[in-house]
Design a binder for this molecule. Sequence first.
Ligand code: UD1
Ligand code: CA
Length: 458
Amino acid sequence: MTAKLDIVILAAGKGTRMRSDLPKVLHKLAGKPLVGHVIDTAHALGAAQVCVVYGFGGEAVPQALADDKLTFVLQAEQHGTGHAVRQALPRLGDDTVTLVLYGDVPLTRAATLRPLVDAARGGKLGLLTVELADPDGYGRIVREHGQVVRIVEHKDASPAERAITEVNTGILAVATPHLKRWIGELKSDNAQGEYYLTDIIALAVRDGVEIEAHQPADAWEVLGVNSKAQLAELERVHQREIARGLLDAGVTLLDPARLDVRGSLVCGRDVTIDIGCVFEGRVELGDGVEVGAHCVLRNVKVAAGTRIDAFTLIDDAVIGEANKLGPFTRIRPGTLLARDVHVGNFVEIKNSQIGDGSKINHLSYVGDTTMGKKVNIGAGTITCNYDGANKHRTVIEDEVFVGSDTQLVAPVTVGRGATLGAGTTLTRDAPAGELTLSRAKQVTVPGWKRPVKQKKES
Ligand code: UD1
Ligand code: CA
């Protein structure tokens, strides 16, 4: 039977260089806290337990992550990475293996970590190291006859050791009983007066436990975030990887460098996305969907063949097949557009169902409305859904024609096939099939003159 996996995520540090009151690990990458990415990776590895060691910022970290699948351990004062792991020891199993990850290292692939876990299950210590042209500040990997024998921290290293370019990423995995024993033996007699997790390497070697070092496929997988500049860099790396995945899946991106996905974007065949678009939450684009420049889509499902023109914002909505939206359309939560619906510029739709073939092409507000099929809404139409205290619904049945500049004061129903004359303020239901209008009678005042500007007295 393979040993269960405990994962400890160190996330107690303050991150002084972020210059922020928010704990470092809660700063967002692709719309999700840094530590959230690490937690996702932990789950992807099939962890039996994910233990987050928090400290700076008090309860902010557990509150932000509130999740019953996580164990939280407080490290009230930060006395080093070894001290941090020690806080988690009582929560770890006796016959498990433990993988140590870092809440500020968000982009490590699960595939990179699996060999470390396998090494731990095989009785070795799996260690992730990386070659860096500029190893300044990192712990150096000291090898003898090719074998890793210890790690020396930059501040404790001799000039010869500082010349080593293989560095410690901090990520390691080992059988939990070993870890418990070695952590208990750590001392803080070093340049920083801290308990170094890295000292367990030498203890493993002493106890005859082999160190199996692995390297990530890409160096950015082990980069940590210590500043806003590094956060911005990793955001770009992450977005570039997402864009590459979309391109590989056959999506046309007019510029892969100008795309932001903060969540998941699932695309059908022959989808085209122009520059500057932002996708948040869960977004699905069906076959042949085209998204114009600078659109924002958040938790949206768009069916096949729909075209979304530039500067359109869609939030929590379901968009049917072969629709035409935008440019400059705003679709708000609770909206469902059926098939072949056209929504044009400066139209806002909220919490409404719009039937097949209906058109709302210019300058309108449609809220809390049930609209049938083949309805035509003229420019400047407003559903007055709010009476100052409560919201009311508007019902517009099939094949209604609403003239321009019309207000529908809800609750109100427009019967099937009705026509509303331009400029109507509808306060009572309009019967099916009839023309309803409310307008002051047009008059012409003969001989009327415009006022003229009076000369100022000097
Ligand atoms: C550590 C490693 C070093 C490695 C480097 C990679 C040690 C002693 N050194 O150094 O070999 O090259 O990471 O980035 O482990 N943390 C806590 N509690 C603490 C101390 C740290 O939660 O008491 C967390 C921090 O929030 C941070 C991580 O552990 O996320 C690393 O700590 P840090 O002090 O930055 O270690 P380094 O000095 O960078
Ligand atoms: Ca660090």
